[in-house]
Design a protein around this ligand. Structure first.
Ligand SMILES: Cc1cc2nc3c(=O)[nH]c(=O)nc-3n(C[C@H](O)[C@H](O)[C@H](O)COP(=O)(O)OP(=O)(O)OC[C@H]3O[C@@H](n4cnc5c(N)ncnc54)[C@H](O)[C@@H]3O)c2cc1C
Length: 302
């Protein structure tokens, strides 16, 4: 691995951080150390890095803001790829924005509001990147990325850059093409919005911010909702009805404020969080015969 990292530096792929704790790169604030985090300068350098990884059999993982990801406590003996340099934003016409995958979704929502463009109000409390939001089809308030993404620039496993249309991205509730094709990388998204009233949008954003603050445990590290809602029901309500709010495992807790959030009380390990999630899952299965689907992604577990 040392030789491989020297090669990355030699080839000037981009900034390279070594032996860094993933606690600083995930919203749960847990996880082992990453052997190396690389910030490719551009698509050419990203392709060069991916080719190197393939040729030398080094594993890699693309990471956005880590706000939907639970790394294990083990060290990650591979390359974490961050697309922070893919952060350009521009208007294509009056209502269409082109934005890099590494751009913050919340900043994008703010940008749209400032331009009086409506459609991204759902995103103002979602702490991910554009790439992570497309991958997850992030959403709230009966809207999601699938409603606004027109097309996405994608790097395929053959190192070609293609454009994929909204229909090809197969957006459904918290799912997209990317989840079934993990070797495809989102480089950029084209977002179509509608002209709106800035004051009205600002009022909606403020109202939702207050609602989130009063109903979600934003004062603690978490990764948002743990489970997808099953058809016709709410995971949070099912968990609350079973009396699981406040349940702890080590430093992890089923939030007292919102039963579909697991929070890090301060000193949780990734293992505490995963065990608690699995306990809740299994309890719901036993009592309701409902197999809740986990919305968050477990990375680097056996
Ligand atoms: C307080 C809080 C509130 C939240 N509220 C919501 C909510 O209301 N609605 C909602 O949907 N989610 C919510 N989330 C979850 C999370 O913010 C979203 O799922 C978000 O879209 C994840 O983006 P990310 O950049 O952090 O992704 P990460 O966690 O970094 O990555 C998630 C997955 O996407 C992949 N990925 C990331 N970037 C790319 C790329 N460029 N190309 C290909 N794959 C990529 C990663 O490999 C990983 O598999 C919340 C989280 C928190 C902490």
């Amino acid at each position: 691995m040392n030789e491989f990292i020297d090669l990355i530096k030699e080839r000037e792929i981009g900034k390279c951080l070594e032996n860094v704790s993933l606690k600083n790169f995930t919203s749960y604030k847990v996880g082992g150390k990453a052997r190396c985090i690389v910030y490719p300068k551009d698509t050419k350098k990203l392709i060069e890095l991916l080719r190197l990884c393939k040729n030398r059999n080094v594993k890699y993982k693309v990471l956005g803001n880590g706000s939907n990801t639970l790394f294990s406590d083990k060290d990650y003996d591979g390359i974490i790829i961050k697309l922070d340099e893919f952060n350009k934003i521009s208007m294509i016409n009056d209502t269409t924005i082109k934005v890099g995958a590494g751009y913050s979704l919340m900043k994008l929502a703010l940008f749209a509001t400032k331009k009086s463009l409506s459609g991204l109000e759902f995103a103002c409390g979602i702490p991910g990147t554009v790439g992570g939001a497309v991958y997850m089809n992030a959403g709230a308030y009966k809207s999601d990325m699938g409603y606004i993404v027109k097309k996405v620039k994608v790097l395929t496993p053959n190192y070609t850059v293609i454009n994929m249309t909204n229909a090809e991205l197969n957006f459904h509730y918290r799912s997209s093409f990317f989840q079934t094709h993990p070797n495809y990388i989102c480089l950029e998204a084209t977002i179509g919005l509608k002209k709106g009233n800035r004051e009205e949008m600002m009022a909606i954003n403020q109202d939702r911010k207050e609602r989130r603050q009063s109903t979600q445990p934003l004062e603690y590290p978490s990764a948002g909702s743990v489970f997808r809602n099953p058809d016709g029901n709410f995971a949070g309500k099912m968990i609350e009805d079973l009396g699981l709010k406040g349940l702890t495992k080590g430093g992890a807790q089923v939030s007292e404020k919102h039963a579909n959030f697991v929070i890090n009380l301060g000193n949780a390990s990734a293992n505490d969080i995963k065990e608690l999630i699995m306990f809740v899952h299994d309890t719901v299965l036993e009592k309701y015969d409902v197999d809740l689907k986990i919305e968050q992604e477990f990375v680097n577990w056996d």
